[in-house]
Design a protein around this ligand. Sequence first.
Ligand SMILES: NC(=O)c1ccc[n+]([C@@H]2O[C@H](COP(=O)([O-])OP(=O)(O)OC[C@H]3O[C@@H](n4cnc5c(N)ncnc54)[C@H](OP(=O)(O)O)[C@@H]3O)[C@@H](O)[C@H]2O)c1
Length: 293
Amino acid sequence: MRILQFGATGQVSRAMIAGAPGRAILTPLSRADVDLADEAAIEAAIAAADCDLVVNCAAFTLVDKAEAEPEAARAANALAPAAMARACARRGLPLVHLSTDCVFDGTLDRAYREDDAPNPLSVYGATKLDGETAVLAWEKGVVLRVSWVFSRFGRNFIRTMLQLGRARDELRVVADQYGCPTDAVALADFILGAAPRWAGAAPGDAAFGLFHFTNAGATSRHDLAAAALRQDPLTRARLSPIAKRDFPEPAARPLNGALDSGRVSAVFGWQAEPWASAVARAADQIIAEGLDA
Ligand SMILES: NC(=O)c1ccc[n+]([C@@H]2O[C@H](COP(=O)([O-])OP(=O)(O)OC[C@H]3O[C@@H](n4cnc5c(N)ncnc54)[C@H](OP(=O)(O)O)[C@@H]3O)[C@@H](O)[C@H]2O)c1
């Protein structure tokens, strides 16, 4: 299985690189190899690649910064995946792309399913939704919507909470915003495991299309922070719950971003691990490797 991967330095990219040996020959492309702003370079990379599948782990992921830089966010999150889809369609290659719970407005009182109507609240969410649409226009396109991604790799909420937990006496964390944490390592494991199926499937196969992919269960930001801090004997911060309205950010986020991952279980037989054990394991790894790694 040969996979061309956009993204080499991000959380999911690094989890894919770590998980690939023995399962796939991965060619990760960094920003220096191909900038997402360069549609021609994206198309040329796919045209020249010796691969069975293309996976896009790269994106403009700075949700607040996207409000100030909508054109850069649009280039990376909407125009780049559209170029990937065009180039993959020319060669008949399946394309796996990652998206976000931020395509929803969060007003639903249950976990979102794939057929619920999106209504993004932010530039990030709107540009990611346009990227989804472009990828799904290719009949061998796959979009995996994930949320609250964490891992031992790179920047994420778990690492930030662990750092602040040692630096502060009190941590005020939003308790009325809900989501389903997603372990980047499990996501990489799923993609690598499903890759042969995508590579061998014909258009119309249920393996193509839109899927939600998270760990099992939903939680609040506050309880997610508590689960991480519980693992750290050196934490000293007391956690205080606050309301989202008391923690304003430049970009609006869904108060309920919980995703229902039933479809990925039904189509691929994927058994999601409960979020709490996966978070505890990632927190242990981050603590063991050093919080600044
Ligand atoms: N993190 C989350 O909580 C979360 C939640 C929902 C959905 N997602 C989605 O999941 C996917 C993976 O997220 P992640 O957490 O792994 O992201 P990440 O750690 O922020 O990594 C983003 C990657 O994209 C690359 N990139 C950004 N702009 C680029 C450009 N113009 N040209 C080339 N490469 C560029 C970055 O490269 P540099 O290192 O060079 O900047 C980095 O490798 C994304 O599609 C994201 O939208 C993430």
